[in-house]
Design a protein around this ligand. Sequence first.
Ligand SMILES: NC(=O)c1ccc[n+]([C@@H]2O[C@H](COP(=O)([O-])OP(=O)(O)OC[C@H]3O[C@@H](n4cnc5c(N)ncnc54)[C@H](O)[C@@H]3O)[C@@H](O)[C@H]2O)c1
Length: 264
Amino acid sequence: MTEIKGRVAGKVALVTGGASGLGLAIAALLVREGATTIITDILDDQGRLEAGKIGAKFKQQDVASEEGWKDVLSEIYQKYGQLDILVNNAGISGSVLGLDPETTPLDEWQKIQKVNGESVFLGCKYAIDYMRKGGGGSIVNLSSIAALVATPFITAYGASKAAVRQLSMSIAMHCATSGSRVRCNTVHPGQIRTPMLENLFAETARQMGVPQNVVEQKFLERIPMGEFGEPNDIAYMVLFLASDEAKHVTGGQFVVDGGMQLNG
Ligand SMILES: NC(=O)c1ccc[n+]([C@@H]2O[C@H](COP(=O)([O-])OP(=O)(O)OC[C@H]3O[C@@H](n4cnc5c(N)ncnc54)[C@H](O)[C@@H]3O)[C@@H](O)[C@H]2O)c1
């Protein structure tokens, strides 16, 4: 029998929001490094198509639904008998930009906390026990540098990502001290070229009434390394945290931002 090689060989991974952007790059890398990988997304057709291209499985899931989480996790466990890696990646930037603490409508705030924050709570809440049964696992939650600095122009988004960061520390502590051998870490991307960032450029340009390249240039000026990140910059960080190479790493915050955080 041929031995499967790779940094996560033999593991079973679930990546949410895997139909595009960072989730897709993360899933593709996990597949390449030997993990049986399931991606979920609200986008059914696109999810199926992309999963097929990279050799992953697909299941439709709205991460904001508690019942959805229970179904997805129990289906994976029944089918594969284990869950080793959970990447809580699905997220939204919000339908309206330029919202400060005074102009953010309550329903916008609530929607963003639900999709970006509550979903991560639900995913962790229900995944821990499946991982524990298999002797441990790794949870990687996608936060943002928006969790680490003031973001008065995307108030609700920044707060939702800060919630993910704090929640992940509690999960890491809970799992470490209860003998579950489940680790939990956050990854904090800066500005990575994905459909989410492209939409942000387009919408900001529209609102300011300037060409998109002017907006892109302004964003670029905030990145000391002088370039936007690419999805694999995040995927390699997630791969490390998901693998046994990171077996002593939990409760950490891993910033991948070309030095943006140095701006304060
Ligand atoms: N791109 C960046 O620069 C950047 C920076 C910081 C943090 N992030 C975070 O990284 C993650 C991925 O971002 P991205 O840039 O790849 O975005 P993206 O918009 O390209 O992809 C997000 C995916 O999540 C899915 N999704 C949205 N709501 C969902 C729901 N309720 N249930 C299931 N799936 C849902 C979308 O359909 C999409 O496929 C997000 O959590 C985002 O906040 C991205």
